[in-house]
Design a protein around this ligand. Sequence first.
Ligand SMILES: [Zn+2]
Length: 203
Amino acid sequence: MLLQEEREIVREYGIIMLEKNLTSGTSGNISVFNREKGLYAMTPTSMDYRKIKEEDIVIIDLDGNIVDGKRKPSIEHIMHRYYYKYRDDINAVVHTHSPYATAYSCLAKPLPAVHFLIKKCGALELPCAPFAPAGSKKLAEVTYEAMNGLKAVLMQNHGLIAGGKDMEDAMSIAESLEVVTQMYFLAKSIGEPVILTEEMLKR
Ligand SMILES: [Zn+2]
């Protein structure tokens, strides 16, 4: 089976994303890129993560052609492709509708450094990409631009997207940023949180 290893990773981490409460139902999507073959393995659309089998994963090339798969890929396959096509440091993408990051994205502003885990995004604050319709090329463009070489970005009124050197890395970034956003909510509910400076974040 084409991209057997990547299919298994996508299947396994779909369940992990669900179990970590980074998504609910069939929302969100993940993919893994095989740089040598120029192909990525993507979650199918509208399918329960616990029921996805390796043959349900869709294999897509960098021009958007479906190379193998009987199902339709997630509508965000265009957005994932941008990172594989234009970034050489990203080999796995995780897109979540995790509750805190998604709620915060509705404010359309960057998340400040309330905790050192913010550095997982590659900067001192997590930017927010402007709104664009789900599944559109426009959404792929605005999120890619807003990420601007970092490892993650909020997507206004939608969720979060994270890219990593592999799937473990990408999922860890998405999870850490959800935690930071939750901490911000909690701190805000009892007062005004101190925002960490560059100096404070230095090791
Ligand atoms: Zn989405």
